[in-house]
Design a binder for this molecule. Structure first.
Ligand SMILES: Nc1ncnc2c1ncn2[C@@H]1O[C@H](COP(=O)(O)OP(=O)(O)OP(=O)(O)O)[C@@H](O)[C@H]1O
Ligand SMILES: [Mg+2]
Length: 317
């Protein structure tokens, strides 16, 4: 196992009110080298928060994240920088990682020079090489982000992420903002890059077709926790957790997962407020198979069949 996420919690404090938002409530998961983990779940369940914590962009309130044996979450360790630069995050909106006033070439060379990744006289050649790796021509170096198409912009974000030679790439809805016609191109690029550089991916998406296309294993999140984890067949074809079952049943065409309108057909009630977490199982108030003890017992992921983990002791009873 090379990625170990251990009991990670993340709380955000709203300064104006002092309210604590429980965005992650004990996420534990391991991922093997070279695998792609797909993460699905309704809006607000903590996917992007997990992405930011695993990438080291934000610190976990509780818990640990280790990549290749180095702690990402512990800022006091000296080896943090090399480990951190080996984990990169690509956002849905390339504008959040690209400075609109910076030309493409400068955006990429900045990473190379700040982290001293290549000698000064090699920087320009490396920028051209990185552009070519993501399928862009050298002349794009002199463009500003707004002078690129959405697909080109996302390719530049990927090139910038690759500049620090990561081995773990976290892709937070990387194609969701793109026109349908270019989504497949960028997905294929990601799949090629994974093979070429032996990358491990975390891929977050609401589009189940994309998740299926790229992922080896899938985690389903609910209110800051992973409730089910396994292969596509296990999660999508044979879901066990009542929440996953409702998610899948809501979308017989396997399209957009977690759509609130369709989900309302298979699931009663609303996601509880993350500022006021329910006791016990966070899903109990909406759960069709809940028993009284679910209001006090906090479920943990249990391996129900080989490599299929479900956080519900009532399943299969
Ligand atoms: N900086 C922040 N300050 C306060 N609350 C936050 C912050 N970032 C996220 N949250 C809250 O944490 C919870 C998880 O948010 P997050 O963005 O991780 O969800 P998500 O699963 O990525 O949703 P989406 O599918 O809409 O992208 C939400 O309740 C959100 O409002
Ligand atoms: Mg998000």
């Amino acid at each position: 196992m090379t990625l170990n996420i251990e009991n990670v919690e993340k709380q955000y404090k709203i300064l104006a009110t002092g309210t604590l938002i429980n965005a992650l409530n004990g996420v534990s998961i391991s991922l093997e080298d070279g695998q792609t983990l797909g993460i699905v779940g309704e809006s607000g369940c903590g996917k992007s928060t997990l992405a930011r914590v695993v990438s080291g962009l934000e610190k976990a309130t509780v818990g640990k994240v280790a990549w290749q044996g180095g702690q990402i979450s512990d800022k006091s360790k000296n080896h943090l920088r090399p480990i951190r630069s080996r984990v990169q995050l690509v956002f849905q909106d390339p504008y959040s990682s690209l400075d609109p006033r910076q030309q493409v070439g400068a955006a990429i060379s900045e990473v190379l020079t700040v982290h001293k990744l290549v000698p000064r006289n090699r920087v320009e050649a490396r920028v051209v090489e990185l552009l070519s790796i993501v399928g862009l021509t050298p002349d794009l170096q002199n463009r500003y982000p707004h002078q690129l198409s959405g697909g080109q912009r996302q390719r530049v974000s990927v090139a910038r992420a690759l500049a620090s030679e990561p081995d773990l790439l976290i892709l937070d809805e990387p194609v969701s903002a793109l026109d349908v016609s270019v989504r497949a191109e960028v997905m294929n690029l990601l799949i090629d890059l994974r093979a070429k550089f032996g990358l491990t991916y975390i891929f977050i998406s609401h589009d189940l077709a994309m998740v299926r296309y790229i992922s080896d294993v899938i985690a389903v999140m609910y209110l800051g926790k992973i409730v089910e984890f396994g292969s596509w067949d296990q999660i999508i074809e044979r879901p066990m957790h009542p929440y996953t079952r409702a998610l899948i049943a809501a979308m017989p065409d396997h399209s957009i997962i977690g759509n609130p309108e369709t989900l309302a057909k298979t699931l009663q009630g609303e996601v509880p407020d993350p500022a006021h977490l329910p006791t016990g199982c966070a899903f109990h108030a909406r759960c069709p198979i809940a028993v009284p003890v679910c209001t006090t017992r906090v479920p943990v992921l249990i391996e129900i069949t080989p490599k299929h983990y479900v956080a519900c002791p009532e399943v299969g009873k």
